[in-house]
Design a protein around this ligand. Structure first.
Ligand SMILES: [Zn+2]
Length: 145
């Protein structure tokens, strides 16, 4: 089991399954990290900040390729950003909240304030980008319910 996990995730060491039962979610997806920064610019962190969900730091570090500093872990920041995105979705009047539905609707209606990708959703206020990055599906086996 442990060997399989190590190979599956392409890492040199084994990630322990996460024991925490409740994570902050958005559209039924677990939020791995959330970003807030200047609109229409680089998202590396030079014009904003990434914050990571408590309990998912190891997975986040593995996913991005280098470890997450403890000062960058903040459920409070994640909550604030997720709420901001949720409010924007709500204000657009979507009833059936799934990532696929929102992507289809925003594309069809050419709504520029919300962009949906496979692994993220971004609310563009015009001056700021607020982005929730979702836990990649390959890491779901590490989440214990
Ligand atoms: Zn940058």
């Amino acid at each position: 089991m442990m060997m399989i996990l190590a190979q599956q995730f392409g890492i040199g060491r084994v990630l322990a399954p996460v024991a925490k039962e409740e994570f902050i979610t958005l559209l039924d997806r677990i939020v791995l990290s959330a970003y807030s920064g200047e609109a229409n610019t680089c998202c590396c962190g030079c014009a904003g900040e990434h914050r990571y969900q408590l309990g998912l730091e190891e997975i986040a570090g593995n996913s991005r390729g280098y470890s997450v500093d403890s000062e960058d872990v903040s459920d409070r920041a994640i909550n604030t950003r997720v709420n901001k995105i949720s409010r924007a979705i709500y204000e657009l009047g979507f009833e059936n909240l799934s990532l696929a539905n929102i992507r289809r609707a925003t594309e069809e209606l050419e709504i520029k304030t919300i962009q949906v990708g496979d692994d993220h959703i971004c609310f563009d206020s015009g001056t700021r980008w607020t982005i929730a990055y979702f836990l990649p599906k390959k890491y779901l086996p590490l989440i214990k319910n």
